[in-house]
Design a protein around this ligand. Structure first.
Ligand code: FMN
Length: 434
């Protein structure tokens, strides 16, 4: 099966980064169409499309769009999460660098639908090329009445700004992102039902729509082709519609971003990426480093879809799909992953702050050859104490991979603990430098 490119169709053409080039492929027809529709009709198209958030949680997009007040009493904000901190994921970066107008147009359509006044694109500062490409697109859009006052003579006005984040994984969590955007420390806030939803009280306590880069970009093909047409893609799956960009990395011959239709078998994604390199396949983390690992028999039968990945014990997440060959030391991989989450825990809540460090310390001693009997069980115990108890989902992001590695490869942990060295003896062994 080939790729199904809706978003990345023109990504290889540098002209697509200019307004002229973008418009010559049909760009901005979606916004022109949307501006002639009722606002609710735009939201209804998103509903018909079955689009779910591409940032990780897979939440139905139309519910968020529909959640902002129809009877407008105050400013409405539209925020794009372009933080993309999950290891293994690099699709938003490419989307912004090569298709910046898709994001700008998609956000403008969203703003029209939810009566947004001002938008912010929160981009991690390491993504300088992405920020520059988006900056250029915004400037061109302003110069051509596609942003600012009275867009295309419709009476609708919308301003769009870029905000550079300093590069903290936690700042990709939506409530922490909003705090950071407002100049506060990037820490999560209380969530619904203990606090109002962002659509009711978000940035500066005003109704806020927050979506991922890819989610906003999807609004363009949905409006131009119609929600029902979009929903035909992925119709073989339970509840995943459209296309999804997967960032494929690890031991593959052609790492990169691949846009596929939901319902595609995972092994076909591996084929698109040129197949496994350097040995037989051992494992795959299909949705970014916070997702549980799966083994070859599961890779063979996995179908790409939110519910379908659940059937093999993992998740779509943000689409950071990493493949590992037989020379990979799973315990080292687990250790490196745990280090990342311990470093990135914002420290606000005890289960995550302490738990991630405990997991890291136990793994430190295992890979130093000083593992103790019971360490494997202790790791599972600590991970279980974090899961469901942390202030935000960074806790789960740290706990799930550790539990997944131990559930799938217990013998490798046992070997390390018993012998004080790796069970992987090949010279090609996947070395992970801390
Ligand atoms: C610790 C943490 C980090 C996250 N990082 C990102 C991120 O970098 N980009 C992103 O879009 N969503 C990220 N999310 C998910 C966001 O909180 C949020 O669900 C998403 O941006 C909503 O957009 P969507 O509905 O379009 O997916 C993260 C969540 C957590 C808990």
């Amino acid at each position: 099966m080939a790729e199904h490119k809706l978003l990345l169709k023109h990504a290889d053409d540098p002209a697509y980064q200019t307004l002229n080039g973008y418009q010559s492929t049909g760009g901005y027809k979606s916004l022109a169409k949307a501006l002639k529709m009722e606002k609710q009709a735009v939201i209804d198209e998103i509903k018909a499309s079955g689009l779910r958030g591409r940032g990780g949680a897979g939440f139905p997009t139309w519910i968020k769009w529909n959640g902002l007040a129809k009877e407008k009493k105050t400013e409405h904000y539209v925020v794009c999460n372009a933080d993309e901190g999950e290891p293994g994921t690099f699709k938003d970066k490419q989307l912004m660098e090569t298709c910046p107008f898709l994001l700008v147009e998609g956000m403008t359509i969203a703003a029209y639908a939810v009566q947004g006044d001002v938008g912010y694109i929160y981009i991690r500062a390491e993504f300088m090329d992405a920020a520059k490409a988006v900056r250029k697109a915004i400037d061109e859009a302003y110069a051509n009445n596609l942003l600012g006052k009275n867009i295309l003579g419709s009476g609708f006005s919308f301003d769009l700004h870029i905000h550079l984040g300093a590069g903290s994984y936690e700042c990709g969590e939506e409530s922490a992102l909003m705090s950071s955007l407002m100049g506060e420390r990037g820490m999560p806030r209380l969530k619904f039902p203990h606090a109002p939803l962002p659509t009711v009280s978000g940035v500066w306590e005003k109704p806020t729509l927050l979506n991922n880069v890819e989610t906003f970009a999807c609004a363009c093909p949905i409006i131009s082709g119609g929600g029902e047409e979009y929903a035909k893609l992925g119709a073989s799956t339970k509840n995943s519609r459209g296309t999804k960009i997967f960032s494929v990395s690890g031991h593959v011959n052609k790492p990169g971003n691949y846009e596929i239709e939901f319902g595609t078998p995972l092994k076909e994604l591996l084929e698109l990426a040129g197949g496994i390199k350097g040995g037989k396949i051992k494992a795959c983390i299909p949705g970014g480093s916070s997702m549980p690992v799966i083994k070859p028999d599961e890779i063979d039968r996995a179908i790409i879809g939110y519910e379908e990945f659940g059937e093999v014990g993992s998740m779509v997440g943000s689409g950071g799909c990493m493949f590992f060959n037989e020379h990979t030391d799973i315990v080292m991989l687990c250790w490196r992953t745990a280090q990342f989450y311990a470093n990135e825990s914002c420290g606000k809540c005890t289960p995550c702050r302490e738990g991630t460090r405990w997991m890291n310390q136990i793994l430190d001693r295992i890979v130093a050859g000083n593992g103790q009997k019971g360490d494997k069980e202790l790791l599972v115990e600590v991970a279980s104490q974090i899961e469901g108890r942390s202030f935000c989902a960074l806790g789960e992001a740290a706990a799930w991979p550790v539990k997944g590695f131990i559930r799938q490869f217990p013998e490798e942990f046992d070997y390390w603990i018993e012998h004080g060295k790796s069970p992987v003896t090949s010279k090609e062994s996947f070395a992970l430098v801390p």
